[in-house]
Design a protein around this ligand. Structure first.
Ligand SMILES: Cc1cc2nc3c(=O)[nH]c(=O)nc-3n(C[C@H](O)[C@H](O)[C@H](O)COP(=O)(O)OP(=O)(O)OC[C@H]3O[C@@H](n4cnc5c(N)ncnc54)[C@H](O)[C@@H]3O)c2cc1C
Length: 529
């Protein structure tokens, strides 16, 4: 982007937050409630980032990216008074149904418990597995709501935080500690093969281990991503898998109202072109239209790569740091398909109650791994894995009377495919997804009256998120906790004085959780903001 010529400074704030995604809004509200004057500047025409609801066909609305809420702590929802600011739920505690071939289905209750009738052996193995993973997830639990310690410092807070992690591990007891260390770097495929028999159960559990990541179930570290998801869900302390009434945009609209009530000023259609620096300190921002706004501190919810390399500029950073930022892997692999339907879809073997829940097409570990394989060669999955919701079952107002919306998260679709995302390749991928749906819901194709496909490239362009990545950067062992997003920027502060990060590329990562935003604000206040 060419730097605009700054016009005169039009205002001054204690803090400018770049980006009004859910993390930016949580961060802004927390700072404003502590008495700071806060301006949020958002590139898009509306707030919400990747958690918005919008029309994709005349009369049909859908959660454009995130469609289920399951990781935001209930304490945060209460603290920000989101119910008072209009947040309602169309449904909570949604069940998951794993769809197989020939109409076979397996229903998983809240918490993942499989129905005993389906596989008595697996039902018998479930309680011990569930309890064990629950104990391990609780180890990660406390790590989510606090900054990750920095590596190699003399700071007591870093040493204490590390010691706490070690102590929690030790308190697991010898057997669990050994088991945790055995499985944490393992792949989900091997773990689930050891534990269960039913392909539908293993496929569904593995899907949650790889959702939003650049991995198939055989990739090392996918047990960690599974534990991480479980930790975030249990830290949320709410009914997991909830559907806000009006879609995820209703959540971020409530967050924006909460922010305004705390005194935050929000400007949309205000893309930041540059973070200004004077005397080795961030001093504000210049918008794309040239308006310069000054602040004592700037906090960016934009992904780390864009923040450092484009908005700040490498001339302000040392070479080693720039190299680490440049190496962040942030190309997404998740697509989204939205269908407008002129009637309710009929999935074989799925009752109406379950149709309002989450449906998974990940019928076995091998199916999921095969769906991943083509991505290694820059191809999309010809038989993709899907997380499907039909939000209009619980929230009919999203479509005209009697009509429905289908929202599907699709894995896998690389950011860059051989030959590019052209009209023919988009059509071919849409057809592959529709064929996968048709096998589960015969006749669904004939009911489609509108369709939208969002590839990671579309997500990048439409949501101002480089790489279009779910987490703004892979959540993998080498980009996790103490090294997220990169050493030198792990506690929301950055090498540039006065510049902080607060989005999904920071610890604890993406998902509509709000903890990156909250942790960043708390850290800034501790540091004297
Ligand atoms: C297809 C898909 C499905 C998903 N489904 C789920 C789900 O069901 N449940 C779940 O919990 N999570 C889901 N996620 C993940 C979740 O949506 C994200 O991790 C989360 O929304 C990130 O929030 P954020 O506030 O950190 O960043 P964002 O939501 O990306 O917000 C960043 C904001 O910064 C703005 N911005 C960028 N550049 C500039 C600039 N230069 N100037 C000003 N503003 C700028 C952007 O417009 C945006 O509003 C999904 C993600 C994808 C891609």
């Amino acid at each position: 982007m060419t730097s605009p010529t700054p016009t005169s400074i039009v205002a001054r704030y204690d803090v400018i937050v770049i980006g009004a995604g859910h993390n930016g809004l949580v961060c802004a509200t927390t700072l404003a409630r502590a008495g700071r004057s806060v301006l949020v500047v958002e590139a898009a025409a509306e707030v919400g980032g990747m958690a918005i609801t919008r029309a994709f066909a005349p009369g049909y609305r859908v959660s454009a990216c995130a469609h289920l809420l399951h990781q935001m702590p209930l304490a945060l929802v209460r603290d920000l008074s989101l119910a008072e600011h209009g947040l309602e739920f169309a449904a909570t505690g949604l069940p998951t149904t794993s769809l197989g071939a020939d109409g076979a289905t397996l229903q998983l209750a809240t918490g993942g418990t499989p129905s005993a009738a389906f596989s008595p052996n697996d039902a018998a193995a479930w309680p011990a597995y569930h309890a064990r993973l629950g104990r391990f997830a609780s180890l990660l639990h406390g790590m989510l709501a606090a900054p990750a310690p920095r590596l190699g410092t003399e700071g007591w807070s870093d040493k204490l935080a590390l010691a706490k992690v070690g102590l929690k591990l030790r308190l697991l007891g010898r057997r669990d500690m050994r088991e945790f260390l055995r499985i944490v770097g393992m792949n989900a495929y091997d773990l689930l093969e050891d534990e269960f028999k039913a392909p539908l159960l293993k496929g569904a559990l593995a899907f949650d281990a790889v959702l939003g990541t650049n991995f198939g179930p055989r990739a090392p570290g996918t047990v960690l991503s599974l534990l991480y998801r479980l930790a975030a869900e249990s830290a949320a302390g709410s009914s997991p898998l909830a559907q806000p009434r009006g879609g995820l945009g209703a959540l971020t609209a409530a967050l924006a109202r909460s922010a305004k009530a705390a005194g935050v000023t929000i400007r949309t259609n205000a893309p930041v072109a540059q973070i200004t620096v004077a005397g080795d300190r961030a001093t504000g921002v210049v918008l794309a239209n040239g308006t310069e706004i000054a602040a004592d501190r700037v906090v960016s919810s934009v992904n780390a790569k864009t923040t450092f390399l484009n908005l700040l500029g490498t001339e302000h950073l040392d070479t080693g740091f720039v190299r680490r930022v440049d190496h962040i892997r942030s190309r997404g692999i998740v697509a989204k398909l939205h269908l407008a339907l002129d009637r309710a879809p009929a999935f074989t073997g799925v009752a109406r109650d379950a149709l309002g829940g989450r449906l998974l097409v990940s019928p076995s570990l091998d199916y999921l791994e095969r769906a991943f394989n083509p991505t290694k060669y820059s191809q999309f999955s010809a038989a993709p894995a899907l997380e499907i919701t039909v939000p209009t079952i619980n929230d009919p107002a999203l479509a005209p009377a009697g009509h429905h919306v289908l929202s599907a998260i699709v894995q896998y679709a690389p950011y860059a495919i051989t030959g590019g995302w052209t009209e023919p390749s988009r059509r071919a991928f849409t057809d592959a997804i529709l064929a996968t749906l048709e096998a589960q819901a015969p006749g669904i194709g004939a009911s489609v009256v509108g369709c939208e496909l969002l590839t990671p490239l579309d997500l990048e362009q439409e949501f101002h998120s480089a790489g279009g990545h779910w987490h703004h950067g892979d959540l993998a062992l080498d980009q996790f906790y103490m090294v997220r997003p990169v050493p030198g920027a792990t506690q929301y502060a950055t090498p540039m004085a006065g510049l902080y990060l607060c989005g999904a590329s920071c610890h604890p990562g993406g998902g509509v959780m709000g903890l990156a935003g909250r942790n960043a604000a708390v850290r800034m206040l501790e540091k004297g903001a």
